[in-house]
Design a protein around this ligand. Structure first.
Ligand SMILES: Cc1cc2nc3c(=O)[nH]c(=O)nc-3n(C[C@H](O)[C@H](O)[C@H](O)COP(=O)(O)O)c2cc1C
Length: 374
């Protein structure tokens, strides 16, 4: 009987399904619901020391539907990090660990470029009993004037320094959450791992404009008639997330063996999760999926992943983690492999030509004659 239980950076999870930072982990009520439904771990909504600077707008989401309008395939948000005071979060982290002592609660944190602020945030969260940290280096909108989020995650030097500050302040696991809004995700990822991050999370949302309203001619989501580019998520981003997770996994495999990888981006079912694990992920996060389908979706996800494992006779997640990574190569190598296969086929066909009169057959007579013609 296969098992979904897994241990990542010393954290024991009943299954690899993790609530990704965002609305599904935005207060104790919803975090408790996630644990009750059976999620393997929860990464809470990103917190900072001073929530008074965080001012959200409405509407702050925009959806892209399939042509028949029945399915949401893409989702843009211009939501900021948590606007709830950190003091309240401290109470809720404590209560949550009292209610669910054996479950994994990870604090997602973000601060300005100040060692004291990062260290204070880490130490105060750790004092509340959280099990680990995810560093949000990747929110694509809002707060760039404070050099927070993606503004930090796009600068490998700062990233390495901040990871070093955090690792110097805690012995708990620290995952650096990477932005996809960069040409080579390996560069900031390498910096984060060099700085001491225990693992990587990838990807955050992709900078986007969800659409333009053809009646009002205003771009969406429209706030007082104006908008700002936001972060794209949901099903539509899965292929990009798969590519970037693969690149992070190759980096870890070659340069940082043993570091962990948490995959995010468009996951909605157990088969999606299997794909990310085959590309090297230890855990799989879901954010928009929970907003579309509810916390209950974890049960069918577990069943689908177990069914995939049973079909391939995998007993544990480790049995297939990274198994598909070996099949990536360069385009030049694809051309070489195809030329070799065609040459081998030609040689095989040539070896089937009539070489002596005893090989002529009644049924293939015309074909054999043609093959011998110039
Ligand atoms: C409405 C919304 C709010 C989000 N807020 C945060 C956040 O506070 N911190 C963070 O690290 N990521 C945040 N994210 C990004 C998600 O955690 C995730 O990286 C991204 O949405 C891709 O995964 P998905 O397709 O499963 O949503 C947010 C995403 C959405 C849709």
């Amino acid at each position: 009987m296969p098992t979904l239980a897994t241990t990542v950076d010393g954290l024991k999870l009943p299954n690899p399904f993790v609530i990704g930072s965002g609305p599904p982990g935005t207060n104790l009520n919803v975090i408790a619901k996630a644990f009750q439904e059976g999620w393997g771990a929860v990464i809470a909504k990103t917190v900072s020391l001073d929530a008074s600077k965080v001012i959200n707008v409405t509407p702050r989401y925009g959806k892209l539907h399939s042509t028949d309008g029945k399915e949401v395939i893409g989702w843009e948000n211009i939501e900021l990090i948590s606007d709830r005071p950190f003091k309240i979060w401290e109470e809720e982290f404590r209560k949550c660990k009292d209610m669910f002592p054996d479950r994994i609660l990870i604090a997602s944190i973000m601060e300005e470029y100040s060692k004291d602020r990062w260290v204070e945030l880490v130490q105060r969260s750790e004092a509340c009993g959280v099990d680990g940290f995810e560093l949000n280096f990747s929110c694509p909108h809002g707060l760039p004037e404070r050099k927070m989020g993606a503004a930090m995650g796009q600068d490998p030097e700062i990233l390495e320094e901040v990871c070093g500050w955090v690792k110097g302040a805690t012995n708990l696991p620290v995952w650096a959450k990477m932005t996809p809004n960069i040409t080579h995700i390996e560069d900031p990822s390498r910096a984060a791992l060099l700085g001491g991050a225990t693992g990587l999370s990838a990807i955050n949302t992709i900078r986007s404009v969800i659409g333009v309203n053809l009646e009002t001619l205003r771009p969406e989501p429209s706030v007082e008639g104006y908008t700002t580019p936001g972060g794209y998520s949901s099903r539509a981003v899965k292929p990009i997330a798969l590519r970037m997770v693969m690149e992070c996994a190759q980096l870890i495999r070659i340069e940082f063996p043993g570091r962990s990888l948490s995959a995010i981006g468009g996951v909605e079912n157990g088969r999606d999760a299997a794909e990310f694990i085959l590309l090297g992920a230890d855990t799989v996060q879901v954010c928009t999926g929970v907003m579309k389908f509810g916390y209950e979706m974890v049960k069918p996800m577990c069943e689908e992943l177990l069914a995939f494992m049973a079909k391939h006779k995998f007993e544990t997640l480790a049995d297939f983690k990274g198994k598909s990574l070996d099949y990536f190569t360069t385009h030049a190598d694809l051309v070489k492999r195809q030329a070799e296969r065609k040459a081998a086929q030609k040689a095989a066909a040539a070896s089937k030509m009539v070489k002596s009169d005893g090989e002529w057959s009644g049924s293939d007579f015309v074909k054999q004659s043609n093959e011998l013609a110039r």
